[in-house]
Design a protein around this ligand. Structure first.
Ligand SMILES: *[C@@H]1O[C@H](CO)[C@@H](O)[C@H](O)[C@H]1NC(C)=O
Ligand SMILES: *[C@@H]1O[C@H](CO)[C@@H](O)[C@H](O)[C@H]1NC(C)=O
Ligand SMILES: *[C@@H]1O[C@H](CO)[C@@H](O)[C@H](O)[C@H]1NC(C)=O
Ligand SMILES: *[C@@H]1O[C@H](CO)[C@@H](O)[C@H](O)[C@H]1NC(C)=O
Ligand SMILES: *[C@@H]1O[C@H](CO)[C@@H](O)[C@H](O)[C@H]1NC(C)=O
Ligand SMILES: *[C@@H]1O[C@H](CO)[C@@H](O)[C@H](O)[C@H]1NC(C)=O
Ligand SMILES: *[C@@H]1O[C@H](CO)[C@@H](O)[C@H](O)[C@H]1NC(C)=O
Ligand SMILES: *[C@@H]1O[C@H](CO)[C@@H](O)[C@H](O)[C@H]1NC(C)=O
Ligand SMILES: *[C@@H]1O[C@H](CO)[C@@H](O)[C@H](O)[C@H]1NC(C)=O
Ligand SMILES: *[C@@H]1O[C@H](CO)[C@@H](O)[C@H](O)[C@H]1NC(C)=O
Length: 820
């Protein structure tokens, strides 16, 4: 169906071109203008080809009407590559042989350009392509290749910053499995990685894929959780993809489609039905500054030519696409260079075609090819597409435009520059663009697929209606998590602090998520070694989408899964019995004062007594005459001040007594205080404080069965026979209270959150020592790169950041106490 009009078109075109060429030379009255043969290789069946051809014809017309007395004139020879590399190459050889073309415009496709640019280098014929964008084509490998467009790697940073700006973390690449499609991949993936975007899948659609293949691929994409797609395809394939995606319901709310330069640049000329299917797509395109040249009269003339070439098609009443502008400017650049260089070699208008000589060896080298290349590359001018500067052998660009396809046309969203990143307006000299700020850059609002104005979150979890599989397990501490099976419905019933935090976090998420609990199968035997490592490993095996419980963040678990932030405090500590030394020391009452203090006090006491006695005696106090009154003196010294003073007659003795009284007061109060504090401290001091000490003593250590603490203790150097695993807090309690002499343990090593519960339950006689190790606390485990992790983490922080966590912790601990 398609081939017939194409062929007709091609024939018409050739005839027309020749006739036009004859006519124009005729007009020049056979004088001056030498024909400068230029080959044009395009895929005339494609939209880009049709647009380019119209532009090239218009450019030739326009150029020589502006410069009527130029001594050269481009003679354009158009060849249709029909999308085939072989056809394109053979056209290039044929053009070179038969017309001695001095330059070739095109070829259209990157894969065609790869070989033809090599051919150009051999024959020294400049190859100027305004459509071959694959970055794998380099100037180094083919020095006669000039890219009158951008290479595809220019836009990757803008796409990456767009993705970052909207907060998406995963994208799927959909591309043509051709040189053009693959060329961008390394650059794009590098840029995405640089902005922490993960590419879980790449979908290369081969050119031979049928509609069914494509539909199947689309269903595959739809079943994945990522909802952001970057489409890097030729217009023909992309049109098909978008129409089919619309049919598959993938152009609806929640999906994000980003198109690259290649498609966005020709969005103006896509057919209305495709544009309609693409509603909500965003894209990156070359920014064409407003210019006077690009006015309505230009557009009308262009449309006339386009219609002349494509009479069968509906009239395109649209603006010319960027590719068309580049084609136009390329011809101007070439025509100017041609005038400077002049026609080379054989001045015959047309050489006799040598049908027999298709051998590459016979290809002549263009005499002034190098000169022509220099002229093309050095000729900077202001073209219709903006500054046309090929000095770097490709178009220089600093501004890209972000667009949004909506309502059958496109809207401006913002600009991207390599210097300033994304911004709504193009204010080069304004520094208020805060590119560094993490907040959303100022962009025009976008209408997303499904006419939604809400920024899609970029993923759907889980894909297509499945429920989130939440793995749960029973903990030895039902306060954290306990699971049971409803005997009638087989439904898993769960409760505990972990569950409350998880459900609270899900409730706070800005989107609804349906989930179901799946108990971790402990093979029906709750006392068997039920290892949390195994439980976490199930997440890696994709049996669960998330694992909930008192799962400690451990180094070697993070090799398989990603954790949220912890929701408990952390650490590993010991539980030890309290010291009972208090009753053992009979002389403890002497301890508050040091020996020197006791001695000094006694000496001072005797001295004061003697002094008072002597003073009184010398003053003739009747009460203290005989030796027996020493007893009375004692009474005075230890009786209340007023009373004692009455008995003393001498003022001096009273003063000495007063000094003694003061010192005595200080002594007694400091003794009382010391003694009291001593008793208290002794009561609370633990029996052991150092785990390494215990290890040397050969103490027995208790811990939870299946916990990583075992490995930890072995690392410290405990022998396996000294380690005793227990399942429940009751067993731990009984073992610790028995002590190692009665077959129990000397110490327990547990995680701090457990210790809190343990001490809550058995508060008498134990205390916590430590933490001896740091650990990261309890968290939930998710598969690596899960997009849900960031959201749940944020909500856990929100829960632990205000009093919700206190409320939840209270709920589980108080409930415990009531049941006791
Ligand atoms: C070629 O010239 C003839 C007469 O000069 C004219 O009738 C014809 O329309 C011209 N063709 C084109 C394509 O310009
Ligand atoms: C040819 O062009 C030059 C400069 O562009 C101009 O000075 C001259 O008048 C032109 N000659 C003719 C015959 O148009
Ligand atoms: C592509 O363009 C960028 C920016 O102009 C340039 O740095 C890079 O070298 C180009 N790559 C190739 C392969 O031409
Ligand atoms: C094309 O647009 C012009 C004005 O922009 C209008 O006058 C003309 O009727 C349109 N033609 C078609 C075929 O839509
Ligand atoms: C083509 O080449 C063959 C052998 O080289 C020769 O016999 C034949 O005459 C040639 N044909 C033409 C048309 O030159
Ligand atoms: C519950 O599970 C048991 C064993 O797995 C099965 O035999 C029974 O049919 C299940 N009951 C329901 C209601 O699904
Ligand atoms: C982590 O390391 C411990 C030993 O320290 C080992 O028993 C366990 O199997 C490891 N877990 C994983 C998931 O590799
Ligand atoms: C502790 O001792 C009691 C009786 O003395 C005994 O029943 C219990 O099994 C012991 N516990 C442990 C863990 O040894
Ligand atoms: C939790 O989130 C709410 C809104 O979602 C916010 O207002 C609040 O400040 C957050 N609380 C904390 C502690 O981050
Ligand atoms: C804690 O956060 C929740 C949710 O944002 C809110 O409803 C609650 O009032 C907050 N509590 C306090 C004390 O701020």
């Amino acid at each position: 169906m398609e081939k017939i009009p194409q062929t007709i078109l091609f024939l018409l075109l050739l005839v027309f071109t020749f006739v036009a060429a004859e006519n124009s030379t005729a007009h020049r009255g056979g004088g001056g203008a030498d024909e400068f043969h230029v080959g044009v290789i395009l895929d005339l069946g494609s939209l880009v080809g049709k647009v380019s051809l119209a532009s090239i014809s218009l450019a030739v017309e326009d150029f020589y009407s502006v410069h009527p007395n130029y001594s050269t004139k481009l003679a354009i020879h158009v060849r249709d590559s029909m999308g085939s590399e072989v056809q394109a190459v053979s056209a290039a050889i044929e053009l070179r042989e038969n017309y001695k073309v001095q330059a070739i415009i095109g070829p259209q496709k990157s894969s065609e350009a790869t070989f033809i640019s090599k051919l150009g280098s051999v024959t020294q014929v400049p190859i100027v392509s305004f459509t071959a964008t694959s970055p794998s084509l380099t100037y180094d490998s083919s020095p006669y290749f000039v890219r009158a467009t951008l290479n595809d790697s220019v836009q990757v940073n803008s796409i990456a910053s767009l993705i970052k700006a909207y907060g998406w973390r995963e994208v799927v690449l959909v591309y043509d499995d051709t040189d053009y499609g693959r060329g961008i991949l390394p650059h794009l993936i590098d840029a995405l990685q640089h902005s922490d975007t993960y590419v879980p899948y790449r979908s290369g659609i081969s050119l031979s894929a049928t509609s069914e293949d494509i539909m199947q691929e689309l269903y595959k994409l739809m079943a994945m959780q990522t909802r952001v797609f970057i489409v890097h395809m030729s217009s023909t394939r992309a049109s098909l993809i978008f129409t089919m995606a619309k049919d598959a319901g993938m152009m609806s709310k929640g999906f994000v489609w980003i198109i690259t330069n290649g498609l966005a640049n020709i969005i103006d000329v896509l057919s209305p039905s495709v544009i309609e299917a693409m509603n909500g797509v965003i894209g990156v395109r070359f920014h064409v500054p407003k210019s006077q040249k690009l006015d309505t009269s230009f557009l009308i003339r262009w449309n006339k030519i386009y219609q002349r070439y494509n009479p069968i098609q509906l009239p395109l009443n649209k603006s010319i696409s960027i590719v068309g502008l580049w084609a136009y400017d390329t011809v101007w650049a070439l025509a100017q260079a041609a005038e400077k260089v002049g026609v080379s070699g054989n001045r015959n208008k047309r050489l006799q075609p040598h049908k027999n000589s298709t051998c590459l060896d016979s290809l002549a080298i263009s005499i002034n090819g190098a000169e022509l290349l220099t002229e093309i590359v050095q000729n900077k001018f202001r073209g219709i597409s903006g500054n046309f500067d090929l000095t770097e052998r490709q178009l220089q660009v600093s501004v890209l435009q972000i667009i949004n396809v909506v309502g059958g046309t496109w809207r401006h969203v913002g600009f991207w520059t390599s210097k300033n990143g994304l911004s709504r307006y193009l204010n080069q000299n304004e520094l208020e663009i805060t590119g560094s700020s993490a907040s959303m850059p100022d962009l025009n609002s976008v209408t997303w697929p499904g006419e939604s104005t809400e920024i899609p979150r970029g993923w759907e979890f889980p894909a297509s209606g499945k429920k989130l599989r939440v793995g749960v397990t029973s903990s030895a501490y039902p306060e954290f998590i306990s699971t049971s099976k409803d005997p009638v419905t087989n439904a898993t019933k769960v409760s505990g602090l972990s569950i409350d935090i998880f459900e609270n976090a899900l409730k706070r998420l800005p989107f609804a998520l349906s989930y179901e609990y799946q108990a971790f199968d402990t093979a029906g035997d709750s006392t068997s070694s039920r290892s949390y490592n195994d439980f976490v490993y199930q997440v890696y095996l994709q049996r669960y989408d998330i694992a909930i419980g008192d799962i400690t963040i451990r180094y070697n678990r993070t090799l398989y899964v990603d954790f949220t932030v912890p929701y408990t405090e952390s650490g590993v500590a010991m539980v030890v019995p309290l010291n009972e030394k208090r009753n053992k020391d009979r002389w403890i009452f002497l301890k508050p004062l040091s020996k020197g203090m006791w001695f000094g006090s006694i000496i001072f006491f005797i001295y004061t007594g003697v002094a008072i006695w002597l003073i009184e005696r010398l003053n003739g106090n009747g009460h203290l005459q005989d030796l027996f009154s020493a007893k009375q003196l004692g009474i005075i010294m230890f009786s209340p001040i007023s009373e004692g003073r009455d008995k003393l007659e001498c003022f001096l003795a009273q003063i000495v007594l007063l000094v003694w009284m003061f010192i005595f007061l200080v002594l007694t109060s400091s003794y009382t205080a010391n003694f009291a504090s001593m008793l208290t401290v002794q009561q609370l001091s633990p029996a052991v404080t150092d785990i390494h000490e215990l290890q040397k003593q050969g103490a027995y250590v208790g811990f939870h069965r299946g916990s990583y603490i075992e490995g930890l203790l072995e690392d410290i150097g405990f022998h396996g026979s000294k380690l005793k695993p227990f399942d429940t807090p009751d067993e731990l309690h009984s073992a610790l209270s028995n002590g190692s002499k009665k077959g129990g343990v000397d110490v327990l090593v547990l995680e701090v959150p457990y210790i809190k519960l343990f001490l809550e339950k058995y508060c008498n006689g134990y205390t916590m020592v430590g933490p001896i190790y740091k650990s990261a606390g309890f968290a939930f485990a998710l598969p690596k790169q899960s997009p849900l992790r960031a959201d749940i983490t944020r909500e856990i922080l929100n829960i632990t950041g205000n009093d919700t966590i206190i409320r939840l912790e209270k709920k589980w601990i108080e409930k415990k106490q009531l049941s006791k």
